[in-house]
Ligand binder design. Structure first.
Ligand SMILES: Nc1ncnc2c1ncn2[C@@H]1O[C@H](COP(=O)(O)OP(=O)(O)O)[C@@H](O)[C@H]1O
Ligand SMILES: [Mg+2]
Length: 153
């Protein structure tokens, strides 16, 4: 999942909105950790489960990591100024986007992580025209098909 995070960053050019869907433990936070490390972040990457959002500044590029697992109501997103976070030049990852349904704009891409036996799988979908080009860049085959992560547990 770290490797997939790096590919997502490269394909997005360091900006955009990425939804990360999938059950607990499927690797959403791990993917974000890979993305941040790939961008040059050297510190720790902790899950913003209780804070809802964790900001990072990497070489003057702003990255926001959201975890909406504990969001009580999508209306809270407006209260916390979600739209200001997704300014044109930021990169935002959102875990548990379904908890914010109605309060979130469509993402460029959605990565859905799932258990496949001992391994993990990822299905990547585009929600915007820009996202479609990004998905083609990640998949490398122009179809945006599933990319299995081969790292074992
Ligand atoms: N192939 C894999 N990809 C991602 N995580 C894996 C994999 N195999 C085992 N793991 C483990 O699964 C856990 C995933 O946790 P995390 O990324 O926090 O998931 P989530 O944010 O989706 O709840 C980590 O402890 C990680 O070490
Ligand atoms: Mg997580």
């Amino acid at each position: 999942m770290e490797a997939l995070g790096a590919r997502v960053v490269d394909a997005l050019g360091g900006r955009g909105l990425v939804f990360l869907a999938g059950d607990l433990g499927t690797g959403k936070t791990t993917l974000v950790r890979g993305a941040l490390r790939h961008m040059g972040h050297q510190g720790s990457v902790k899950s913003p489960t209780f804070t809802l959002v964790e900001p990072y500044e990497i070489n003057s590029q702003m990255v926001f990591h959201f975890d909406l697992y504990r969001l009580a109501d999508p209306g809270e997103l407006e209260f916390m100024g979600f739209r200001d976070y997704i300014a044109a030049d930021t990169l935002c990852f959102v875990e548990w986007p379904e908890r914010g349904a109605g309060g979130l704009p469509p993402p460029d891409i959605e990565v859905r992580l799932e258990y496949r036996g001992e391994r993990r799988g990822a299905v990547i979908a585009a929600a915007t025209a820009r996202g479609a080009a990004v998905v083609a860049g990640i998949a490398g085959d122009g179809h945006g098909s599933a990319a299995a992560d081969r790292a074992g547990p």
